[in-house]
Design a protein around this ligand. Structure first.
Ligand SMILES: *Cc1c(COP(=O)(O)O)cnc(C)c1O
Length: 640
């Protein structure tokens, strides 16, 4: 991907249109038809043939005293996405004449929030959508949330005796709960526990996949993968089961190639490998019925439809057809009955339904201010001042170098006390003025000197957002993930500023300076509108439903954000289905082992001592304690 450093924005050009805004932010390319723009310049959430402006929902939050930042979950989108996934497989199965069905499971690790897991159980019930669990806590969540008998529970991860007992109970309760053997040590525990409880287990085997897969997350496959059984271990497991008279319990093969697989060809070639394992397990005499292909269905975060790691070169329909068609051909060739197809799509199920909304608190610009002529005339500034006289397209590089040279000279003189602060400030301002003029000249130049390519970016505004990158968008920081980011209103106006975003953690890593550019891949700046006096400016970070919530941390003790779940109605109205207030200051302090009651008592002692020493009055003390207490109960973010 190429980094774009500048694009001249429409100023003084033909009138700005909503279509231009849609193009600029690429909303129709990444939104999967779940978000759009209306003629008032608002981003809308779209479902059921209605559109609801996000700004209306934000106003509803403000009326309920739900402060920014807020994680907005739109239930209908989760519902629709589950439906699309199941229907796309159903259609592909019908079209290919595949002789079995599709069963989806949701891997709880992708977003474990109770609300999300409950919604998936509810909306998924009509498809018997099940869960994939990788730990005892996830198992407990699945067992207490699923209602439909016959729903699948796929148990991955390391399983101890207790985990296995929970799973055997699930089988007895009527769930199809499979133990996927990931390591050779698990099998004896499964056999022992099921014999002890007299419950026959449903057993799967996870194959160590050797098909190479491109993309960010995909060291899951290959010889050194930490997951799954090698072919030798698989044969040992089969022999052991046969010896114990339990080979009929081995019914499922599990193959997970990785997450966010951008290239459909990698998926197809992985499936061919999976079919080979499956066919040979059948020949070995296992009573195989299910083939679980794991996760990997990608999200097109950039909207570029490429095989780049943050995109995908296939549609949902192509994914399903690719799988079903490859399976049918492979199994028909070796005369094996078609198995039930399972996938464990996590990212693709939940990413679209959550949006992080925040307001902008402040902006720093790097524009020169107008100065009185007398100030500019100071003799110490002669060299800098002279640069303006030869500022032409032919000499921009020279001016650029000279401006830096003389600016640095002034800074040195300031250090040694030869010029004062006021003079230095004027010099810095002249310097900015020169750079801005150079940047403007560059817009009309055919060839820009390489030195100057980053100039626009270095002059970009800094917009300070009311959010913590570490809490709400950890993958931007950790793995340079890209998410679509854009203003959710004012899109009928041309965005005339270029900006980078800073969060409120005051950490130099707490910034966003890589954005999706629909034309060129990535951009170093984001086009935004200038702030208006007395009016909030709201930005949305989209497609954040997968993996972000649980990985977030308490950097600078900024806690969980408020969460609002809405359901859109056919008439364009919406209901606030659930509100979860984010962490209070007392909450986050208690996570790091402070006792809020104890803190209050200690503060009281300090204040009481001040009363005794006559530094404050008793009523001062009371006022201070009230503020202290209100603050403890309050939100960790910037409150208006
Ligand atoms: C993480 C994981 C998934 C989810 O993958 P997505 O790409 O998010 O769909 C599915 N199965 C297993 C075994 C996983 O580890």
């Amino acid at each position: 991907m190429e980094q774009r450093t500048s694009r001249s924005m429409a100023s003084g050009h033909p009138p700005w249109t909503i279509e231009q805004a849609a193009d600029l932010y690429g909303i129709h390319r990444w939104a999967n038809d779940y978000f759009g723009l209306n003629s008032d310049g608002n981003v809308t959430a779209k479902t059921l043939n209605t559109q609801v402006p996000l700004l209306d929902i934000i106003h509803g939050m403000a009326e309920r005293d739900l402060q920014m930042p807020v994680l907005l979950r739109i239930e209908n989108i989760l519902d629709a996405q589950l439906c699309r996934l199941n229907e796309a497989f159903r259609n592909a199965i019908d079209e290919c004449g595949y002789q079995n069905r599709y069963r989806g499971v949701y891997p709880i690790k992708v977003n474990q929030q109770a609300q999300v897991v409950e919604e998936i159980a509810d909306f998924g019930a009509r498809y018997q959508h099940g869960f994939e669990v990788g730990s005892k806590p996830e198992m407990i969540a699945a067992l207490s949330t699923l209602k439909e008998p016959g729903s699948l529970i796929i148990c991955n991860g390391y399983k101890d005796a207790e985990f296995i007992e929970l799973g055997l109970n699930a089988v007895q309760l009527g769930f199809e709960c499979y133990f996927v053997v990931e390591t050779p040590t698990e099998l004896p525990i499964i056999l022992e526990r099921s014999r002890a409880l007299g419950i026959e287990p449903l057993i799967g085997i996870r194959a160590k996949m050797t098909s190479a897969v491109s993309g960010h997350w995909n060291s899951t496959s290959g010889d050194r993968s930490v997951f799954g059984l090698t072919s030798t271990q698989m044969i040992h497991a089969v022999d052991r089961l046969r010896d114990e008279g339990m080979l009929h319990c081995l019914k499922l093969l599990h193959c997970h190639l990785g997450s966010q697989i951008p290239n459909i060809r990698d998926i197809r070639s992985g499936i061919v490998e999976a079919c080979r394992y499956y066919a040979d397990l059948v020949s070995e005499g296992a009573a195989m019925t299910h083939l679980d292909l794991g996760g990997g269905l990608a999200i097109d975060y950039t909207g570029a439809q490429t095989n780049d790691g943050q995109s995908r070169n296939y549609s949902l329909e192509e994914y399903c057809e690719g799988i079903v068609d490859t399976l049918k051909t492979s199994f028909d060739n070796c005369g094996i009955a078609h198995p039930v197809i399972i996938t464990e799509s996590g990212r693709a199920t939940v990413a679209y339904s959550s949006v992080l909304l925040f307001n902008v608190l402040d902006v720093t610009t790097f524009e020169p201010v107008a100065l009185p002529a007398a100030d500019i005339e100071r003799p110490e500034l002669k060299h800098l001042r002279d640069v303006f006289s030869y500022l032409t397209p032919e000499r921009v590089q020279e001016c650029y170098n000279d401006a830096h040279y003389y600016r640095d000279e002034i800074r040195e003189q300031f250090k040694f006390g030869q010029i004062d602060l006021r003079t230095r400030s004027i010099a810095e301002n002249l310097f900015l003025d020169i750079l801005q003029r150079i940047a403007n000249l560059m817009d009309s130049m055919d060839r820009v000197p390489p030195d100057l390519e980053g100039l626009r970016t270095s002059l970009a505004d800094i917009y300070y957002g009311n959010f913590s990158l570490f809490q709400s968008l950890p993958d931007i920081w950790a793995i340079e993930q890209l998410f679509p980011i854009m203003p959710v209103h004012r899109l009928q106006e041309a965005p005339t500023r270029q900006a980078v975003l800073a969060d409120i953690t005051c950490d130099c890593d707490g910034k966003i300076d890589r954005f999706i550019d629909p034309w060129e891949g990535t951009a170093a700046t984001l086009p935004l509108h200038p702030l208006k006096e007395g009016e909030e400016y709201y930005l949305g970070v989209f497609l954040v439903g997968a993996y972000q919530e649980i990985l977030g941390d308490l950097h600078n003790l900024f806690g969980d954000t408020n969460v609002v779940s809405v359901r859109l109605n056919r008439d364009g109205s919406f209901d606030f289905v659930k509100e979860i207030y984010g962490d209070s200051i007392a909450d986050v302090l208690s996570y790091v082992e402070y006792q809020p009651k104890e803190l209050y008592k200690k503060f009281r002692d300090t204040a009481e001592q001040a009363v005794k020493d006559k530094r404050i009055s008793a009523s001062d003390r009371q006022r201070m304690m009230n503020t202290f207490n209100a603050s403890l109960q309050g939100y960790t973010y910037y409150e208006r």
